[in-house]
Design a protein around this ligand. Structure first.
Ligand code: EPU
Length: 426
């Protein structure tokens, strides 16, 4: 089997323009929500990344006809509502498959979804998803590793969806998707406020749902009898945008980002400016450049509108080159530090203690063979490779391809020396 890897010759300043694609984490639940709709759904700006392809495979098994168009648009129509079973072979590849639980239960009265296991970024419980389904009136059981949920008719309910680490993005999504067809009013307290949740609610409203309060911790849903299809454009991917902002800064270059929503990145941009990175809006695009001297900072990840956990690894990579000691604390997934050991192989000085890493700035990183582990940790290694002296080889790039569309091509387009090679084809 061919094993693709990235080879990066670091040290080139990136310059030019990059278009940010549609958000993976918005596209996934919105595609799952099409299970609720009568008639055709057309989605624009759906990123063609491995996770979206896995979900498309699952939805196909669940009776959805999916047609990809060349411009990242997708047409989805539910053809057959017999199958209610999301099997382990797909769920284990992608935890986000859990987002079919709410729509299957609401539309088909039954859902069997394999219980997702842990993953590289830590244990990932789903108690809040199950709490929401139960409060809406479903019977939920765990049978041989599958969550089996049943309800003849869901009824609106008031629910508190906070856990020890705060709100849950996909948990809120599942609750929303189940409550839209329930009888009566539902209220979600401590709802996730992430832009991806707002995008899902806006999509559902366009299909005929009645949701208000999205983007705040209290979402109110008035159940409706049915949802139609609609045509909808997915929001830009804020994590891809943030990753390219760091690519500009870490190479001391200048990038213009098109299709970038700064209002989705306020906390991140606040931290970037404290480091000395300039982010400027210009008409329809955003320009990112940085000063030579990078200042050390303190940063803590938090639910939106705080600093996103999905940019923690990438920001840590930039801080490796700051002049002084930075402190990075992870408050969403306290074990999400797989990049620490790999960055250390490239000369970074990192000291981990519980959910905190002290980053001692160094003058330079050096190229090395490293291993991609989870999606965002892999992006961090690409950024490190772009800045490092010499050659970096990143193995297991399928992790990065789960969430970044053609990242090597996009980086090459702005001057990076990065190639996607396969073992044996040096
Ligand atoms: N949690 C619970 N109980 C639950 C669900 C979550 O305690 O039932 C905890 C988690 O363990 C974590 C915190 O709540 O400590 C937040 O997790 P959340 O449920 O919000 O995560 P998620 O919805 O499973 C989405 C993104 C992740 C992103 C997180 C946090 C998708 C497909 N995934 O996951 O994205 O890190 O929200 O913002 O939307 C990525 O794209 O690389 C990625 C991992």
């Amino acid at each position: 089997m061919a094993l693709p890897y990235f080879q990066i010759n670091g040290g080139t300043r990136l310059r030019g323009s990059v278009r940010i694609g549609g958000s993976k984490n918005a596209a996934l639940p919105i595609m799952a929500a099409t299970l609720l709709c009568e008639g055709e759904v057309i989605l624009h700006d759906v990123p063609r990344v491995a996770d979206v392809k896995s979900l498309a495979e699952l939805l196909t098994k669940l009776g959805v006809n999916i047609e990809w168009r060349p411009d990242n648009s997708v047409r989805l129509v539910v053809r057959d509502e017999m199958n209610c079973d999301a099997e382990y072979d797909i769920v284990r590849k992608m935890r986000a498959s859990i987002c079919v639980l709410g729509p299957l239960l609401a539309k088909r009265q039954k859902a069997k979804v394999a219980m997702p296991g842990g993953c590289a970024i830590g244990d990932r419980p789903i108690d809040l998803h199950i709490r929401a389904m139960k409060l809406l009136g479903a019977d939920v059981e765990l049978v041989s590793g599958d969550i089996v949920a049943k309800a003849k008719k869901l009824r609106g309910a008031e629910m508190f969806l906070g856990g020890p680490y705060g709100s849950s993005v996909l948990g809120t999504g599942n609750a929303l998707m189940a409550a839209v067809l329930a009888e009566g009013t539902s209220v979600i307290e401590m709802a996730a406020c992430e832009p991806e949740v707002v995008d899902l609610a806006n999509f559902l409203n366009q299909c005929g749902a009645s949701i208000s309060g999205q983007g705040t911790p209290r979402i109110i849903i008035e159940g409706v009898k049915e949802l139609k299809g609609c045509e909808y454009r997915i929001i830009p991917d804020r994590i891809e945008a943030g990753t390219f902002m760091i690519a500009a800064a870490i190479t001391n270059g200048e990038l213009e980002l098109e299709n970038c929503r700064l209002d989705h990145l306020m906390a991140f941009i606040d931290r970037l400016s404290a480091v000395g990175v300039h982010v400027e809006r210009k008409d329809k695009s955003v320009t990112v450049s940085s000063s030579r001297r990078l200042e050390p900072i303190e940063v803590t990840t938090q639910p939106f509108p705080g600093m996103p956990t999905d940019l923690q690894a990438q920001l840590m990579t930039l801080l490796c080159l700051a002049e002084g000691n930075s402190i990075v604390t992870e408050k969403i997934f306290p074990d999400r530090f797989l990049h620490v050991a790999e960055l250390s192989r490239m000369g970074a000085r990192l000291h981990k203690s519980g959910p905190t890493v002290i980053v001692q700035g160094v003058k330079r990183l050096v190229g090395a063979p490293v291993m991609a582990s989870d999606l965002r940790a892999s992006a961090a290694l690409v950024l490190a490779g772009l800045a490092a002296r010499g050659t970096t080889r990143i193995n297991r790039v399928y992790h990065i391809e789960r969430g970044y569309e053609r990242i090597d091509e996009k980086l090459r387009g702005v001057g990076a020396e990065i190639e996607r090679l396969e073992d044996g084809i040096e």
